[in-house]
Design a protein around this ligand. Structure first.
Ligand SMILES: NC(=O)c1ccc[n+]([C@@H]2O[C@H](COP(=O)([O-])OP(=O)(O)OC[C@H]3O[C@@H](n4cnc5c(N)ncnc54)[C@H](O)[C@@H]3O)[C@@H](O)[C@H]2O)c1
Length: 253
């Protein structure tokens, strides 16, 4: 695929970079001409991701960081600043429900809600906190957070997840207003059901998800990555505070 150089010269950080959407996004952004890509993930094994990024041109740094732990996040971003001096683009991909603890709200546990909110909302806020001062100072930057169609179209049994992702949308809109005068755009991408490894491991859920999509198919991680590339790069600089729904028409079904 040939792409425009929408991220020419930028230093880009992607969290959750080893996941289905995170990996597709990392590889796609690497093809948009950035100076460097930093892949953050709780995993230690980045499974060839560095080679894929390097093959596309930019420098690459893979860091094992738990994005729910503020101290670990601060240490990770210190390494990024030591090596590249700045962050121009932050993509918050970390998020999800807690596998094995999905169920109706009335019998769910507060400890699980906290875990889901830490993972799906707080992680984005902690990471944004590390990059906003530099973006304000340089009067340039872009933050894109992966929310979910569950933020606006709630899913029973995923009430905590929907609440956390709705929080991501509120955070996005508020931060966008605070940073608009500094030329920094802040947006969310809300995927509908995407054909990720996680969904492939749950055939019944996958089948059920399909039924709610007017286009009659699941999205691909690459289609989410393309939306992120638009918002984070030169084509999206006047777009801010928005929630781009990439869901095969689910919002209109
Ligand atoms: N899969 C879908 O259909 C779908 C739909 C809507 C929204 N989303 C959202 O898209 C994002 C990515 O989804 P996915 O299915 O590709 O996820 P995934 O489970 O494939 O990947 C998540 C990645 O995040 C990493 N991770 C988990 N906890 C972490 C932590 N504490 N710190 C750092 N990294 C951590 C994992 O190691 C993994 O590599 C999530 O925010 C998810 O909520 C997914």
């Amino acid at each position: 695929m040939t792409t425009a150089q929408r991220l020419r010269g930028r230093v880009v950080v992607v969290t959750g970079a080893c996941g289905s959407i995170g990996r597709a996004t990392t590889v796609r952004l690497a093809m948009e001409g950035p100076e460097a890509i930093v892949a953050l993930d709780a995993q230690c094994d980045f499974g060839g991701l560095a080679d894929d990024v390097r093959a596309a041109g930019p420098a690459v740094l893979c860091l094992s960081v738990d994005c729910t732990q503020p101290d670990a996040i601060a240490a990770g971003f210190r390494q990024v600043h030591d090596r590249f001096a700045r962050v121009d683009v932050l993509v918050n991909t970390v998020g999800g429900s807690v596998r094995g603890k999905v169920g109706e709200f009335w019998c769910s546990e507060p400890a699980t809600w906290r875990q889901v909110i830490d993972l799906s909302l707080m992680s984005a806020m902690w990471c944004a906190r590390e990059v906003v001062p530099g973006m304000r100072e340089r009067r340039r930057g872009s933050i894109v957070s992966i929310a979910s169609s569950a933020a606006t179209q709630p899913i029973p049994t995923l009430v905590d997840y929907g609440a956390a992702k709705a929080g991501v949308l509120g955070f996005t809109r508020g931060l966008a207003l605070e940073l608009a005068a500094f030329g920094v755009n802040v947006n969310a991408v809300s995927p509908g059901p995407i054909d990720t490894l996680g969904l492939q491991q749950l055939p019944e859920v996958r089948q059920r998800s399909l039924q709610g999509v007017p286009m009659g198919r699941l999205g691909t991680p690459e289609e989410i990555a393309a939306a992120v590339a638009f918002l984070a790069g030169d084509d999206g600089t006047f777009v801010t505070g928005q929630n781009l729904q990439v869901n095969g028409g689910k919002a209109f079904g």
